[in-house]
Ligand binder design. Structure first.
Ligand SMILES: *Cc1c(COP(=O)(O)O)cnc(C)c1O
Length: 422
């Protein structure tokens, strides 16, 4: 299943389990410095020992290198110690050489695409569904990429001489479709594969162990886990890390030190949060299956989104995001989202509190009509609340929606132009 790190708590060997790594990674030097938690360094600039030494340090970091012993850090766009600590934590959890953090998940994906374009291979093969923002970025070609949309089975045929990247998301937003990552890596041949690992987190899936070159996160979601920051991170091999840091230094999509500090702290509870939220999601998914108002539930362990049984092979569990379609259609779905009280009607996911959203109208709004999710689909991110309380909230929202429907007018889920930036 997962290589490189144990996921169970029953271990005696020298390889620490994911729970242990999450608590300690990126903190190895703290005791030696006489502190218990990382100092927060908010410096925008740093004193230079001399013009020559400062210039050499600038050169080192602006070309994607790490600062050397005694180097000035020069400027926050080039380096920040709290960002470095968070990155080291993510790299350990993902089983990667390095990780490079950004101001948001979209900034992280942008850096991967810019590095690909600048290497002279602007063609991207992308497997839908993808997060709406990623789909929109590729569809507009804003960064100079050319996209071919493919199913996982069509990847080999879609690869061209100028293909620089294959992009997949598994589990995918918002249908929870799973992609066989190892099979896509094989089909891609020499072309690096980027896996958006936001939904799984490294606790449940490590794409690099399956052959992917890049594991990308919207750190805004599970890694942060508390809905109070934006961030992105890419776990990868050291050659890619150099290129990504170079893009970051040039374009400035840097993670703020305070967000890095919070993200690094968030990693400590990540395994516990992921497993507890997953346990709640399993209860809720099972309940949803039995509700007459619900036409279909997408959750990897119980439905067609994982017909190949990948949750048992490439993942350590199905996670805590699920989606379901309302039998009453788009109007019923909108009414449920608007009637939830304990569950917040909001985009985003992966936090300690549960969120519900109408995917076609919001997260997947910019996606072309042929790739848009069902307008009756709601995406639910299950938090740490007691599942019984969440079920009670959903039950009252279902009752409200059956009263409201069918008198509501249809105003959600209309197509949005993707050929223009809107
Ligand atoms: C939210 C999200 C993103 C974008 O991340 P931001 O931090 O919002 O920029 C990318 N991929 C997935 C799967 C997401 O859920």
């Amino acid at each position: 299943m997962l290589s490189g790190m144990r996921t169970s708590s029953h271990h005696t060997a020298t390889t620490p389990s994911v729970a242990t790594v999450a608590v300690h990674a990126g903190r190895e030097d703290l005791a030696g410095r006489g502190v218990h938690v990382p100092p927060l360094d908010q410096s925008s600039t740093y004193p230079l020992p001399s013009v020559e030494a400062g210039g050499a340090a600038y050169e080192q970091m602006a070309t994607g290198g790490r600062p050397r012993q005694d180097d000035s850090l020069v400027y926050q766009r080039l380096w920040n110690p709290n960002v470095d600590r968070f990155e080291r934590g993510v790299a350990r959890l993902e089983g990667a050489d390095e990780a490079v953090a950004f101001s948001s998940g979209m900034a992280a994906i942008t850096a991967c695409l810019l590095a690909t374009v600048s290497a002279g291979r602007p063609h991207v093969v992308a497997v839908r569904p993808l997060y709406g923002g990623t789909d929109h970025l590729l569809a507009t070609g804003l960064l100079g990429t050319q996209v071919t949309w493919a199913t996982a089975d069509e990847v080999a045929a879609a690869v061209r001489a100028d293909t620089g990247l294959v992009v997949v998301e598994s589990p995918a937003n918002p249908t929870l479709d799973l992609v066989d990552i190892a099979a896509v890596v094989k089909a891609a041949g020499d072309v690096p594969v980027l896996v958006d690992n936001t939904f799984a987190t490294p606790v449940l899936q490590q794409p690099l162990a399956l052959g992917a070159a890049l594991a990308v996160h919207s750190a805004t979601k599970f890694l942060g886990g508390h809905g109070d920051l934006l961030g992105g991170v890419v776990a990868t091999h050291d050659d890619w890390a150099v290129r990504l840091r170079q893009v970051r230094a040039l374009t400035g999509g840097v993670l703020a030190p305070t967000a890095a500090y919070q993200l690094h702290r968030g990693l400590q509870t990540l395994p516990m949060r992921v497993r507890t939220q997953q346990a709640g999601a399993q209860v809720i998914a099972q309940w949803l299956v039995d509700q007459p108002e619900v036409a279909d539930v997408a959750y990897p362990v119980l439905s067609q989104c994982d017909s190949a049984g990948l949750v048992a092979t490439q993942m350590a569990g199905p996670g805590s995001v699920l989606s379901f379609t309302m039998a009453g259609g788009a109007e019923a779905a909108a009414a449920v989202a608007e009637s939830c009280r304990l569950i917040t009607h909001a985009v985003s996911l992966g936090g300690v509190d549960s969120l519900i959203e109408h995917a076609a109208a919001l997260t997947q709004r910019p996606v072309a009509a042929e790739a848009k999710p069902n307008a009756a689909l709601l995406r639910l991110s299950v938090g740490l609340e007691d599942p019984a309380d969440l079920i009670a909230d959903l039950a009252q929202a279902f009752r409200m929606s059956s009263q409201a429907w069918p008198t509501r007018s249809m105003e959600h889920g209309d197509a949005v132009k993707v050929d223009a930036l809107t």
